[in-house]
Design a protein around this ligand. Structure first.
Ligand SMILES: Cc1ncc(COP(=O)(O)O)c(C=O)c1O
Length: 385
């Protein structure tokens, strides 16, 4: 066992069903992309009610394929929030396009500000990448209005948001293309892995081609005798998912709604337990009729003038793992060297963010332990003026 935390930030649930699925796949003798990947894609396109679901090797691969398929390259700009994991910015930068960062909303809203997204658009803008931070859907009505006005495609970085809903529609299916991650700490984990979802058939077919070297047939097709030769229509990558991870994904997809509901229940308890703790704000409103969150993360804003590093160290001593989602991308050395726009809200919240443990099978006792220890750690590490 690799577990060293009393309460880890995230955790996978291992049981007989999951082990059985992996065992059967390994025993089948076919490990590379094949029937389980095809079945996973079929089930995902049904789940998302989407024209195309393309399984890939990571969320980063999904984002890279999306921006390449949309034609982003040198001379183009892509607008995205700085408060995101660096994968989206990197996916843009490696095409030769320039990531341009926009700000988040005010208060406890850690999603991008549609007004600042609009302000960041220039004639060079080729696409917009929006994040559903922590599984909380961003305002896709306002964002779609901006995108339509400027005739720009929306890429949803839905890594946190499988099963999240915006006004009755699943996140990842509202923009031109949605990108999911199946990294181990996600709501639907397969170890590494990801998915691209789109209702644009042509774009989906392009992404499917780019996923596997631009080749017209897979090794699996040739193994089954369905193809004997292949052509290469454009240069692509090997971003395929394998059968073992697809087998895990099929089990996890069955569990997704239950997992998300458990996370939402735990978030309610976090809110209740932290309600009234001075200066602590649980991110996002408790009630928003427009959304169903997938509650990937439990994020709080610490009181101003709290030594976050010391709070984290104190919690670590108590066996509680915490994290920060995220150091804003524009502060990393590579991106700080690019021309900057003012991002006052991102700067304001950036130093106060703290992510607390959350996973579907977390117990109420674990959660209460976290909040008790957090409250003590905050009062011990207030910075005196
Ligand atoms: C918001 C976000 N986008 C993209 C990614 C990249 O996904 P992956 O780690 O599967 O490449 C992650 C995951 O870690 C993420 O949290």
């Amino acid at each position: 066992m690799v577990q060293r935390w009393q309460v880890p930030l995230a955790d996978v649930r291992v049981d007989e069903e999951l082990l059985g699925a992996v065992h059967d796949t390994v025993a089948s003798g076919w490990w590379s992309t094949g029937p389980r990947v095809a079945e996973l894609e079929r089930q995902f396109s049904e789940y998302f009610d989407a024209e195309q679901a393309v399984a890939v090797s990571s969320g980063t691969a999904a984002l890279h394929l999306a921006v390449v398929a949309l034609g982003c390259g040198p001379g183009d700009e892509v607008v995205l929030p700085s408060l995101n994991f660096v994968a989206a910015a990197n996916a843009v930068a490696v095409t030769g396009a320039r990531p341009v960062f926009c700000d988040v909303g005010a208060g406890a809203d850690l999603n991008l500000s549609p007004a600042d997204l609009d302000a960041a658009i220039t004639p060079a803008t080729k696409a917009l990448i929006v994040l559903h931070y922590g599984g909380n859907p961003c305002d896709l009505d306002a964002i779609s209005e901006v995108a339509e006005r400027h005739h720009l495609p929306i890429v949803e970085d839905a890594a946190h948001a499988p099963g999240a809903v915006w006004r009755g529609r699943k996140c990842g299916t509202i923009g031109r293309v949605g990108c999911f991650s199946f990294f181990s700490n996600k709501n639907l984990p397969t170890g590494e892995g990801g998915l691209v979802v789109t209702n644009d058939r042509e774009l989906g077919e392009k992404i499917r081609l780019l996923r596997s070297h631009g080749m017209t047939a897979l090794t699996w097709d040739r193994h089954r005798g369905h193809a004997h030769a292949y052509d290469v229509l454009q240069p692509g990558f090997n971003y395929r998912l394998d059968e073992i991870r697809a087998a895990i994904g099929l089990v996890e997809l069955d569990r997704l709604e239950t997992e998300n509901a458990a996370r939402r229940r735990l978030a309610v308890r976090y809110r209740e337990r932290l309600d009234g703790v001075e200066g602590v704000v649980f991110a996002f409103p408790a009630h928003d009729d427009r959304v169903i969150s997938s509650q990937h993360l439990a994020v709080v804003l610490l009181p101003e003038r709290t030594a976050r590093k010391d709070v984290q160290a104190e919690l670590a001593k108590d066996g509680i793992q915490t994290s920060v989602h995220y150091p804003p991308i524009h502060t990393f050395t590579h991106y700080a060297a690019l021309p900057q726009r003012p991002l006052p809200e991102t700067e304001r919240v950036g130093s106060r963010l703290l992510t607390l443990p959350l996973f579907g099978h977390m117990t109420e006792e674990q959660l209460d332990y976290v909040t008790d220890r957090l409250v003590d750690a905050i009062s011990a590490h207030a910075i005196e003026l």
